[in-house]
Design a binder for this molecule. Structure first.
Ligand code: FES
Ligand code: FES
Length: 202
């Protein structure tokens, strides 16, 4: 059954007004506390020893040794040279870094690579097969779902998740479930049309 957009959060770290007010109240309360003693503020030393893991990226197994502080986004871009996944805000707010992990869409800037040993990862580079675009990529071209293209890999990966989740019953439903992906060019009408079109084709 399709979820009612008024009852659920869209994907991504979007806070409700209530949560925003609660978070703000918490920050105000913290600001009112006396300063912590030196002993209380000394943090335990970070373990920065490399972590070994094996992940499958676009169907190809990758045995890696990563810094435990590295996000999966940085491993994709800097270690595997898969720069199609974009780094926009690097803090979970824009959706440009969206990938699929075990079939679920996530913002890759907010999760550590070391947490994904054994995971199946799909990025924008894995969609085209033998020179043929994925139907959703074709739909983005046909419906002009992009201008500068910076947000587009994240929009397309999020669109795949949106379709797989069955959140394509209406343009409004697609808008809601794609709202974690920001487009600074404002190509939203084409993006929504492309997701709706591809949902009908796949
Ligand atoms: S770069 Fe990850 S959400 Fe913006
Ligand atoms: S096409 Fe430029 S940010 Fe979306």
């Amino acid at each position: 059954m399709t979820e009612n957009p008024s009852e659920s959060h869209p994907p991504g770290p979007i806070m409700s007004r209530r949560e925003t007010l609660q978070a703000t109240a918490g920050a105000v309360a913290l600001a009112a506390l006396p300063p912590l003693s030196a002993a209380a503020t000394s943090a335990p030393a970070l373990d920065t020893n490399p972590v070994t893991l094996t992940i499958t990226v676009n169907g190809r197994a990758q045995a890696l040794s990563v810094d435990p502080r590295q996000s999966i986004l940085d491993v994709l871009r800097e270690t595997l040279n898969l720069t199609g996944t974009k780094k926009g805000c690097n803090q979970g707010a824009c959706g440009a870094c969206t990938i699929l992990v075990d079939g679920r869409r996530i913002v890759s800037c907010l999760t550590l690579a070391s947490m994904h040993d054994g995971a199946e990862i799909e990025t924008i580079e894995g969609l085209e097969k033998n020179g043929v675009l994925h139907p959703l990529q074709e739909a983005f071209v046909e419906h002009e779902g992009l201008q500068c293209g910076f947000c587009t890999p994240g929009q397309i990966m999020s669109g795949l998740g949106c379709i797989a989740e069955g959140h394509t019953g209406s343009p409004e439903e697609i808008q809601f479930w794609m709202s974690g992906n920001i487009c600074r060019c404002g190509a939203y009408p084409g993006i929504v049309a492309a997701v709706a079109d591809a949902a009908g084709r796949t």
